[in-house]
Design a protein around this ligand. Structure first.
Ligand code: GLY
Ligand code: MN
Ligand code: MN
Length: 407
């Protein structure tokens, strides 16, 4: 758990950066209707959560800076017995005053009126969201601990499905197993809808239908990560339905694995993410030429973007309160932000070969591989936070189970 003093520190840092004679407003996420009168589970807005740690809807935060003096107001919903009967307890104004070190706690019913009055007197700081995004780039110790917890639960889920008997099972059964393990170990939710993509489905990057039966001889790409106390994890592993990789699957898998490892080893402060991207493209393209999937000089292939057919996405992204963390990649001068201590990013090279791609040797068709880890940038290098989640062919095959070939 992150304590109020850390949230307070964040608000103070934000207030320092707030322009003079302006106000900034942060709102809680709106509760979303699923259909008619049924609701999606509520999930707080990440920026609002980052500044408060408060999980209730109908809440607002207003910051005011006048003549370099600052004030912060938190709005919370009034406690009402009927509302609490149907939807659960609210913190209420009295308890909120005790919990939050803000200048004033006000009931949400007064938010609109006060906002209108303040807007007449002050400009709204349009930069506010960018400032928070910038702050979210560097994680505190407490944040890193929560990410570690999320990854540890995610590890249990991935290991759980590696040893899960997949005989005559459907993709959604693995998804259910993963999500059961997330909840069992204290995660309230996944950080994104789990991708359980067997065979050619792995070539749809964000496949979430998870509806097909698992076929003996196919691979399954599992991209699944839980959220713990609002912090994400984002892990992809690829495992064989029957527990054993074929020779062609091994060749592709090991190529992606080598690239995953080489790029992770490059991580250190001051390196650029685009450098990691370039290197990943070079290694993957060279590998694809070696396997006879692409033909020609790797430099020319990259120049003509021919490798994009098999590796169409980025090498990774920031991760934190959101799986694709809402933090900038460029600074205010439009210059790329270099890696720094405390940043967390994913590394996720992949190769995707459609079953219909007649230009590729037949044995590689219908295979999609991505191997994704979550990396913390440290003072001198990096720490692979997901290093305990197995990824070598030997480890995966050793954790297998007895597959019963279908009758
Ligand atoms: N799970 C989405 C991604 O890997 O970016
Ligand atoms: Mn990712
Ligand atoms: Mn992912």
């Amino acid at each position: 758990m992150i304590q109020e003093h850390e949230y307070k520190k964040r608000r103070n840092r934000f207030l320092k950066k707030l322009k003079n004679n302006t106000i900034a407003i942060f709102s809680s996420a709106k509760a979303k209707t699923r259909s008619n009168d049924t609701q999606y589970p509520y999930r707080q807005d990440s920026n609002f959560y980052y500044l408060t740690g408060f999980k209730e809807d109908n809440s607002y935060l207003i910051f005011v800076k006048k003549n370099y003096k600052t004030k912060s107001f938190l709005f919370v919903k009034k406690k009402e017995s009927q509302d609490e009967l149907w939807h659960g307890k609210r913190l209420g104004k009295k308890e909120a005053k005790k919990r939050f070190s803000v200048d004033k706690v006000i009931l949400s019913g007064k938010f609109k009126k006060l906002k209108k009055e303040l807007k007449k007197k002050y400009k709204i700081d349009k930069n506010a969201f960018k400032v928070v995004a910038q702050m979210r780039l560097i994680k505190s110790k407490a944040e890193i601990n929560l990410i570690k917890k999320a990854i540890n639960i995610t590890k249990k889920a991935h290991h759980g499905v590696i040893s899960f008997d997949k005989t005559s099972k459907y993709e959604y059964e693995l998804q259910s197993e993963i999500e059961y393990i997330f909840k069992k170990y204290g995660s309230y939710s996944d950080a994104y809808t789990s991708i359980v993509a067997s065979g050619d489905n792995a070539n749809i990057l964000h496949y979430i239908d998870n509806k097909d039966i698992l076929i003996d001889g196919d691979l399954i790409l599992i991209d699944a990560g839980c959220e713990y106390e609002y912090y994400a994890s984002d892990i992809t592993r690829v495992i064989p339905v029957n527990g054993k990789f074929t020779q062609a699957q091994k060749e592709l898998y090991n190529l992606v694995l080598q690239v995953n490892k080489k790029i992770i080893k490059m991580i250190k402060p001051n390196i650029k993410r685009t450098k990691l991207q370039q290197k990943a493209e070079i290694y993957l393209t060279k590998g694809l030429v070696k396997l006879g999937i692409l033909n020609g000089n790797y430099k020319k292939l990259i120049k003509n973007k021919q490798h994009k057919k098999y590796y169409p996405h980025g090498i990774g992204h920031w991760m934190g309160l959101d799986v694709h963390d809402d933090a900038p990649y460029k600074d205010e001068n439009d210059k790329e932000i270099k890696l720094q201590k405390g940043m967390v990013l994913t590394i996720e090279p992949g190769i995707y070969i459609s079953k219909d791609d007649k230009t590729v040797p037949k044995r590689f068709r219908g295979i999609g591989i991505r191997i994704e880890d979550d990396i913390l940038v440290t003072k001198k290098s990096y720490k692979n936070l997901s290093s305990k989640i197995v990824k070598s062919i030997y480890e995966i095959e050793s954790m297998g189970y007895k597959y019963k070939t279908s009758p």
